[in-house]
Design a binder for this molecule. Structure first.
Ligand SMILES: *Cc1c(COP(=O)(O)O)cnc(C)c1O
Length: 406
C-alpha cells in the first residue's frame, strides 16, 4: 500500500503467528481458541491479521458486532483455508459451517435490528442473551426458510460482570424460546470473567456459570462448547475447572484471546514469550534550532532552557498519539530517546533532539517499537497516559497506514 505522509504502523506477521501458536499451545489441544480481532484487530488492521491467522489454521474469529463480522467475512472470502485438524465428533457442526462459509465468525455484542439477515446470509454466529436477539434471528431465519437448529448462536450468561448476558435467575424466558423446532441452536454457552487476575472473583463467577450450565443442560440443550476465558485466563491457566465442566457435559472448552495475540500480557509489562506485533513509526519532517527562552507548541507549555534542536514529527493526537503525552512522552531517534516537548498537536508533535548527534529530516522516529538497544512499548505509553495497552493500540487512527512485514 502506498502512503506519502510518513507515518505508518508495521505489523509483523511472524510475531502474530508466534503469539497465536503460543496461546493455542497454552489453551491445550482439546480447547478451541478464538482469535479476537474486534476493533480492527486491536488497531493492527483486521483484514491482513485475520488472513494471516486463517492461513495459519485459525478456525474461529471474534469481532464486536455484525458490521465488523460482515467486513471480516468479505476479507476471509478468498482465504477460507478450512482446517480439518479437528479430532472430535463435537466439531462436526463447526466443520459443516466452515465448509459452507470458511472460518467461523463470532459477533460478541448481540444483534441489533436490521442485522439478523446478514447473520444468516454470511453464516455469522452472534452472542445472544436478550429475548429480542432471539426474536430478530428467528424472524430472519423463518423468512429464509432455514430449518430447525440451523442458525448457531452463543448464549451468553452474566456471571458477575453485569455488562451483558442473561442473568442466571432470569434464564427461563430465553430458554423457553430455544426449544425444539427453533431455527436457533445453542452451540456454545459463554461467559466473561471480569477480574481474571483475582482467583476468588473468578471462582465465584465459575460457580454461577456451573449453575447456569446445569439449568441449560437440564432444559434439553446440548452445547458443543463452553466458552469462557480471555488472554489472562489462557496465560495463567487458573480456570481449568471450566474445561472439566465441559468434559462432564460432553462439550469442549472454548477460549477467546485478544490482547496477547498482539503480544501484550493483559496485566501490564511485556511477557517473556509474547512478542509485540505492532511497531509505529514516522519520519522527521524538519529540524529547527530555538534559542533559550523560546517556547514551543500551543500554550507555550515548553520553554527552552538552552539552545535546543527540535524535530517535527507528522504524528498528532488525530493519529492516536495521546495528547496526555505532551511534555511527557518520548520517541526513539538514532537509537536514543527524544522527549516530546510542548503539547501534542492534532497532526504533529515535536521532540527534543539536542542530544542526538546528526538527527535530521528523514530520520525514522519510533513511537512504538525497537531501535538500536532501546524499546518503547504500548505498555510504556499506557503508563504515561493512565490507561491500558489495549486503548493505546486501538487509538492508532485509521489514517495511519498498516504495513504487513515478516
Ligand atoms: C475483548 C474480549 C475478549 C478478549 O479479551 P483479551 O483480554 O483481549 O484477551 C474475550 N471475550 C470477550 C467477550 C471480549 O469482549
Amino acid at each position: 500500500m502506498t502512503f506519502t505522509r510518513p507515518i505508518w504502523a508495521e505489523i509483523s506477521r511472524n510475531k502474530l503467528i508466534h503469539n497465536f501458536r503460543l496461546l493455542r499451545r497454552r489453551a491445550g489441544a482439546e480447547a478451541e481458541t478464538v482469535a479476537v480481532v474486534k476493533a480492527n484487530a486491536y488497531g493492527h488492521g483486521l483484514e491482513a491479521c485475520a488472513q494471516a491467522l486463517a492461513a495459519d489454521g485459525a478456525r474461529w474469529f471474534a469481532v464486536t458486532c455484525v458490521e465488523e463480522a460482515v467486513a471480516l467475512r468479505a476479507a476471509l472470502g478468498d482465504h477460507a483455508e478450512v482446517q480439518r485438524a479437528s479430532t472430535t465428533e463435537d466439531a462436526e457442526n463447526t466443520e459443516k459451517n466452515c465448509e459452507a462459509f470458511g472460518p467461523r465468525i463470532l459477533a460478541l455484542s448481540g444483534v441489533w435490528p436490521g442485522e439478523a439477515e446478514a447473520v444468516i446470509e454470511h453464516g455469522l454466529t452472534p452472542s445472544v442473551w436478550e429475548p429480542e436477539h432471539l426474536e430478530l434471528l428467528e424472524a430472519a431465519a423463518r423468512k429464509r426458510g432455514s430449518g430447525a437448529g440451523s442458525v448457531a448462536v452463543h448464549l451468553e450468561i452474566d456471571t458477575g460482570m453485569s455488562r451483558q448476558g442473561a442473568q442466571p435467575a432470569r434464564l427461563e424466558p430465553v430458554l423457553a424460546r430455544l426449544g425444539p423446532g427453533s431455527p436457533l441452536r445453542v452451540e456454545a454457552v459463554m461467559t466473561h470473567f471480569h477480574s481474571p487476575d483475582h482467583a476468588e472473583a473468578t471462582a465465584a463467577q465459575i460457580r454461577q456459570f456451573v449453575t447456569a450450565v446445569d439449568t441449560i443442560v437440564r432444559s434439553g440443550i446440548r452445547p458443543e462448547f463452553l466458552s469462557a476465558g480471555s488472554s489472562a485466563d489462557v496465560l495463567s491457566q487458573t480456570t481449568a475447572s471450566v474445561t472439566e465442566l465441559a468434559r462432564t457435559i460432553g462439550a469442549r472448552r472454548m477460549v477467546r484471546t485478544g490482547i496477547s495475540l498482539y503480544g501484550y500480557p493483559p496485566h501490564g509489562g511485556i511477557g517473556a514469550e509474547l512478542q509485540p506485533v505492532l511497531a509505529w513509526k514516522a519520519r522527521i519532517s524538519s529540524v529547527r534550532e530555538i534559542e533559550a527562552g523560546t517556547t514551543a507548541g500551543y500554550g507555550g507549555t515548553f520553554t527552552a532552557r538552552r539552545r535546543t534542536r527540535l524535530a517535527l514529527l507528522p504524528a498528532g493526537y488525530a493519529d492516536g498519539l495521546n495528547r496526555l503525552l505532551s511534555n511527557k512522552g518520548w520517541v526513539l531517534v538514532r537509537g536514543q530517546r527524544a522527549p516530546v516537548v510542548g503539547r501534542v498537536s492534532m497532526d504533529q508533535s515535536m521532540v527534543d533532539v539536542t542530544e542526538i548527534a546528526g538527527a535530521a529530516a528523514g530520520d525514522e522516529a519510533v513511537l512504538i517499537g525497537e531501535q538500536g538497544a532501546e524499546r518503547v512499548t504500548a505498555a510504556d505509553l499506557a503508563e504515561l497516559t493512565g490507561t491500558i495497552p489495549y486503548e493505546v493500540l486501538c487509538a492508532i487512527a485509521p489514517r495511519v497506514t498498516r504495513v504487513m512485514v515478516g
